[in-house]
Design a binder for this molecule. Structure first.
Ligand code: SIN
Length: 511
């Protein structure tokens, strides 16, 4: 057992996760004294840093927040909270200016932001940086600002373990593993910004360390979870021997690339009126179905940016060339991969969870804005909009004085999961809880996840198995197909199921 050090540090707030949402929340909370807990160095191992296409905001002359909100609602397949979408779209232009003021260099054409197009957007409204390196530029600039801030104490290469609650059930601090020690810091407020769970799947565009740790931490503290069954698969991950898979941004289709089969036939013809720019769930299902029928699917970008593909899409170009594929001269092989989790820790309109003092922000939060299928490039957007709101809410509240908290349990020295354990767990998720689901497949996945978790000496594997089982149980309960959740045994959308879903930790083992 690791001894828990009792030299508790006291903070006004603790932010867990150093992707875009976490770092910006720490900045917005200033001048409060904030601990920022990061799994690697700031921005490392985060999906934020890998985001390509960009960040959606209605800043074009022909656009408006109302149109942006309407596209968000339409993509979300009947489950988007309209008020939340309206607020996100309305706050977007201001949030863009706020991060630009922090040093983010967005691409421009003349005096205006360069605006791209992505699936299910009715206007060109995707801002980008460095061509297709938007997330990397955001993370670069915001990490510099964090490092320059005297109010933020960074704990890099650290791992949050549990939220500590007081006798009344309110947040009193956080237990974490830092520099080999288990320590407990006190604070009346903890913000989880730990990202998603794509790493639970065999094919993913996320860092493999993204395994829903924030969901597990929140659930153990008694937080309500929402919409867990909705996992978005990106239709165009590069089909190569890599783990995680490099992403081929939807912005490439926004500039005219098309999906084709091995014979060069257009695969989206007759599937959706918006063809290759149909909502992401529609495109992912089509690609998945073709691959199930042993067809390979390609993205043909040979006519896109013919004079400057490497400059317009440097990240995509480099990734392709690394695997011997020249997108200027040959179609790019692609495969659907787990990309974004619409579900997560349920938050209300004030962005609070049901645990007093506990907030969630970014991908780990379930705000209701994405419904059953997130509109492309709304994820970086939520990561820049919500931090300011959370900081405002924290500033307006009076928290009870925190007495030095004690860790709630003893922690064994960490045991890493074996390659075989991770492979079985990730295969079980992709096969049973993936693009297509049905009752039998979900039940098999749950059994396998429980067995893997029960047999493992590793806390990480056990925790990942619980998170996977929570997603699978939520998917089992939703007996319809909606957005990213496709049940082959319930292929229709059901009016009776038109509601968000909620789970708690107990549901991981429900019958
Ligand atoms: C992409 O560039 O295709 C990803 C953008 C997103 O997931 O929002």
């Amino acid at each position: 057992m690791n001894a828990v050090r009792s030299d508790a540090e006291t903070f006004d707030a603790i932010v867990v996760g150093a992707g875009l949402a976490g770092m910006l929340t720490a900045l917005e909370l200033r001048p409060r004294r904030v601990a920022l807990v990061s799994y690697g160095s700031l921005g490392q191992w985060t999906s934020s840093a890998w985001a390509q296409g960009g960040i959606a905001a209605a800043v074009g002359d022909d656009d408006s927040p109302a149109l942006h909100a309407a596209d968000t609602v339409a993509a979300g397949a009947g489950l988007v909270e309209r008020r939340v979408a309206a607020r996100l779209a309305a706050d977007a232009p201001h949030a863009i200016e706020r991060v630009a003021a922090l040093g983010v260099r967005f691409d421009r054409e003349d005096a205006h932001y360069a605006l791209g197009r992505e699936g299910a957007h009715s206007r060109r409204r995707i801002l980008r940086a460095g061509g297709d390196a938007t997330g990397a530029e955001l993370v670069r600039a915001i990490a510099l600002a964090v490092h320059a801030s005297a109010d933020i104490v960074c704990y890099e290469d650290s791992r949050a373990l549990d939220v500590v609650l007081d006798a009344g059930g309110a947040v009193a601090g956080l237990t974490l593993r830092v520099a080999g020690d288990v320590r407990t810091f006190s604070a009346p407020c903890v913000v989880l910004a730990t990202g998603g769970l794509g790493g639970l799947y065999r094919f993913t565009t996320n860092p493999t360390s993204s395994r829903g740790a924030g969901i597990a931490i929140a659930a153990r503290a008694g937080a309500r979870l929402a919409d867990l069954e909705f996992v978005q698969f990106h239709p165009t991950a590069l089909d190569v021997a890599a783990d995680p898979l490099p992403l081929v941004s939807e912005a490439v289709r926004g500039e005219g690339a098309v999906l084709v089969d091995a014979r060069g036939s257009l695969v989206m013809a007759g599937v959706d009126a918006a063809l290759d720019l149909a909502p992401r769930d529609v495109v992912a299902r089509r690609v998945f179905a073709l691959r199930q029928a042993n067809e390979r699917v390609y993205l043909d970008a040979r006519h896109v940016a013919p004079d400057n593909f490497p400059e317009r899409f440097p990240t995509v170009f480099d990734a392709c060339m690394r695997y011997g594929i020249d997108p200027r001269h040959e179609p790019i092989p692609i495969v659907p991969a787990a990309h974004y989790h619409m579900g997560g820790v349920a938050v209300d309109l004030a962005d609070r969870t049901n645990v007093p003092g506990l907030y969630a922000c970014g991908e780990v939060a379930a705000t209701g804005v994405h419904g059953a299928n997130r509109l492309a490039s709304n994820s970086l957007l939520e990561s820049v909009v919500y931090p300011e709101r959370i900081a405002r809410d924290v500033a307006a509240r009076t928290f009870a004085r925190v007495v030095r908290p004690a860790a709630t349990r003893a922690y064994a020295a960490p045991v890493p999961g074996s390659d075989a354990e991770w492979r079985s767990l990730r295969d079980a998720m992709y096969a049973g809880v993936g693009v297509e689901r049905n009752e039998a497949g979900l039940s098999v996945a749950i059994e396998r996840l429980n067995a893997i978790g029960d047999a493992s000496p590793s806390d990480d594997v056990r925790e990942a198995a619980v998170v996977g089982a929570l997603v699978a149980h939520a998917a089992l309960r939703r007996r319809e197909s909606r957005g990213s959740h496709m049940r082959t045994d319930h292929p229709e959308r059901s009016i009776a199921e038109r509601h968000r879903s909620y789970s708690t930790l107990a549901d991981a083992r429900s019958a």
